[in-house]
Structure formats: structure tokens, C-alpha cells
Write a protein that binds this ligand. Structure first.
Ligand SMILES: [Zn+2]
Length: 396
């Protein structure tokens, strides 16, 4: 039996790492990088980069654009991630909806199917059965020659490290369940495996897609409060995948009991359900109208929200040294009302705030963020190891 020598193995792993670096540079370049740009960025020779790019093109992960003449030298061929050749299923189950999306490596939404359903009422097995149904509908819209990388399901809860068990999802009533066991979807390539992930981490991947490599604290809310932390483009998930739960940081030890069992969590003051309950309003539109009209209760609730957010966000920024705070969901809707005062509150609490500007911005509303982010998470199998995806196509 032939064995590969040490040198062979080392060469293979160097090539694999280099392919990953080049693919990453093309992804960050958003259709505007050439082989020469990448060589300069990565400190590789132009011929090495050219060989790697040629393989990524043959492997159908990268597409070449039309050459444009620069100020000097040969015309540069712009490189982009090739659309529609490698796709994944990005799924979401939330309190009132099932979502299936098909996303490609270029970040395009190829298809989406949604179903409105009270998930608590139908139970896990039925929810997973219906999810597989709409996933099949969405996949039918993918190009017939596309390769399907995998499927990831975003859920509002704590998920175990290997992506099979929901440890706690209080808003779904799914505790200690294995929805993966009820998943059954077969494609032409056989059964499609499923992994589960936290929905906010998935949403944060779509934010990162818009601003690759950024560091930020992302706080968003629907029923509760979700958050994610990106440090230089890597999500801070912790050794078990449980990090960044700002919603369950205590802002009032004498406060209200939270769904998690603790007292005075940020979510009990700032979560949409809690906020509307305190303000006596049926929905955010009504609450915003009450603020606009100068309603005293609405204003008092806003004061409480700002103080609570100031405590939690200020504490987080002191810990993680991040200067960008991104608000989504109903907190994004409140941004015009709270941003300036929240900035003051955070400024008072963050040790280094005199030396660096803290930016508070909103993340545009996008109902498919969690599902699309789940799809992007599935596609990481390709971006982390392009070699194993392109090898079957370039075996010469
Ligand atoms: Zn809590």
C-alpha cells in the first residue's frame, strides 16, 4: 500500500490553509479583488495565488469577472464568490413561525418559505415534520446542479455544543429535547443531516456578512432579549456555546422574576413583552404612538429601559472592550428615542469612554435574518475547508 510521506501531508495541509485564506479574501473583497490584490493582502507570490484561484474557479466556488484595465500593468480580473453552485438550508423555528431558506455561498437568498403556526401548540415532532415539508419546497427552487452543504436550524434558546439538543428554549417550551431526532429530509444525495444553533448567533452572522471582520455587541429583541458578541469577525460563543446572554444579566436585584427563574434580568425590563406590559400597550406601534403623544407612563417605561440598558451594556463594554453597539428588533425601533440618552448612560459607566467613541446604531429589520444566518452557518463547512469541496471537481 502506498503511503504519503510527511512532506506530502504537509504540502496538502498548507494548500488547504492557503485555499481557505484566498477564498476568505475573495469573500471579503465583495467582487472587487484581483489575484494581484490578494497576493499583496496575504503576502503570497502572485503565481501561488493564481494557482489557488484557478482551482477555486475549477471547483465552482469562485467566478471571474470581466477584466478591467488599471492605471498600470496587465488588466485585473475581478474575482467573486460564484452564485448558486453551493447552497445550504437555513431554517428557523420561533414562537409563531416556521421558516425555510436556501442560501448560496455568495450570500444570496435563493428561496424562502414561511408558515405561521403556534409552535407550542403543535409540539416538537409535528413542528419538525412541517419544517421538513417547507424545507423541501424551498430546496425545489435551488439550481438543479447546486451542491447542498447541509442544514442548520435556528432556535430561540440554549443549544448544546454538538448542535443536537435544545437545553432550554422557554419561549417554545422545548427543554432538554432533541428536535434533530424528528428531522427527516432526503435529497438526491441521501438524508440531509441537521444541526441546531442559537437564533441570535445566526442573526449575528448576517450582520457580520454586511461588515466582515468587525467587533460589536449586538442586542435584539422580539419576545425576550437576545445578544451576540463579535470580536474581529469571530462570534464569542464560549466553551459550551452559551456566551453572550446579555438578556439574563441582572439589572435590578429587587426586580421581577424572569422566565429563566432569576430575578431582575435585563429581559424583564427591556424585553418587548415586559416593556409593553409595564406601559399598558398592546404592541410597539401603540407604544411608540404613546411616546410621541407625551404619555407619562410610556416616558417612565422608556426611562427604565435606558437605565437598564445602560447598566447591562456598560458592564459588557467594560468587559469586552468593544466600541460598536448594534440594536435590532424592537430596540432598533426605539433607537430614535433612546440612542442619545443611552450613549450618555453608557459613557458614564465605561471606564475608557473618554478615550474612544462608542457608536450606537441600528441593524435594519429583516425577518429572515435568523434563518439566513443559519444557512450561512451551514456554509462555514465550505469556507473553513474549501479543499475538500473542490477536490472531487478538479481531480486531474
Ligand atoms: Zn433571566
Amino acid at each position: 500500500m502506498a503511503t504519503r510521506g510527511e512532506t506530502g501531508l504537509t504540502q496538502a495541509s498548507v494548500r488547504s490553509t492557503n485555499l481557505q485564506l484566498v477564498l476568505g479574501a475573495i469573500q471579503r473583497g465583495a467582487g472587487a479583488v484581483s489575484r494581484a490584490d490578494i497576493a499583496a493582502q496575504l503576502g503570497m507570490t502572485r503565481s501561488t495565488v493564481s494557482r489557488l484561484v484557478d482551482d477555486l474557479v475549477l471547483g465552482r466556488l469562485v467566478a471571474e469577472g470581466t477584466a478591467v484595465s488599471g492605471a498600470r500593468g496587465r488588466p485585473a480580473v475581478p474575482l467573486a464568490i460564484r452564485a448558486g453552485t453551493v447552497v445550504s438550508l437555513g431554517l428557523e423555528i420561533n414562537v409563531e413561525r416556521l421558516v425555510a431558506t436556501v442560501v448560496d455561498l455568495a450570500g444570496n437568498l435563493i428561496a424562502s418559505v414561511q408558515r405561521t403556526v403556534e409552535v407550542r401548540d403543535i409540539g416538537t415532532a409535528e413542528a419538525m415534520r412541517q419544517l421538513a415539508g417547507i424545507a423541501g419546497e424551498a430546496l425545489a427552487a435551488a439550481p438543479t446542479d447546486a451542491r447542498i452543504v447541509g442544514a442548520v436550524l435556528a432556535l430561540p434558546g440554549l443549544v448544546d455544543r454538538d448542535g443536537t439538543t435544545v437545553l432550554r428554549a422557554p419561549n417554545l417550551g422545548w427543554d432538554g429535547l432533541q428536535p434533530v431526532a424528528d428531522w427527516d429530509l432526503t435529497t438526491d444525495d441521501g438524508p440531509l443531516p441537521l444541526r441546531i444553533a442559537n437564533d441570535i448567533d445566526c442573526s449575528a452572522l448576517t450582520v457580520l456578512r454586511e461588515q466582515p471582520g468587525e467587533s460589536f455587541l449586538y442586542i435584539t429583541g422580539e419576545v425576550g432579549i437576545g445578544s451576540a458578541i463579535s470580536l474581529a469577525g469571530q462570534l464569542l460563543t464560549g466553551p459550551h456555546g452559551w456566551a453572550s446572554e446579555l438578556g439574563h444579566v441582572c439589572v435590578d436585584p429587587h426586580g421581577v422574576r424572569c422566565g429563566c427563574g432569576a430575578t431582575g434580568c435585563l429581559e424583564t425590563v427591556v424585553g418587548q413583552r415586559a416593556l409593553l406590559h409595564r406601559a399598558g400597550q398592546p404592541d410597539m406601534e401603540a407604544y411608540l404612538a404613546a411616546l410621541e403623544a407625551g404619555d407619562q407612563t410610556a416616558a417612565t417605561v422608556l426611562d427604565e429601559v435606558i437605565v437598564a440598558l445602560g447598566i447591562a451594556v456598560g458592564g459588557a463594554l467594560n468587559l469586552i472592550d468593544v466600541t460598536a453597539v448594534k440594536l435590532g428588533g424592537h430596540l432598533g425601533q426605539l433607537e430614535p428615542w433612546l440612542a442619545a440618552r443611552l450613549a450618555d448612560e453608557i459613557h458614564d459607566r465605561v471606564l475608557w469612554s473618554d478615550h474612544s467613541t462608542i457608536e450606537i446604531t441600528t441593524v435594519a429589520e429583516a425577518p429572515l435574518r435568523a434563518a439566513m444566518g443559519a444557512g450561512l452557518s451551514a456554509l462555514a463547512r465550505v469556507t473553513n475547508d474549501p479543499a475538500s469541496w473542490i477536490e472531487p471537481l478538479i481531480d486531474r
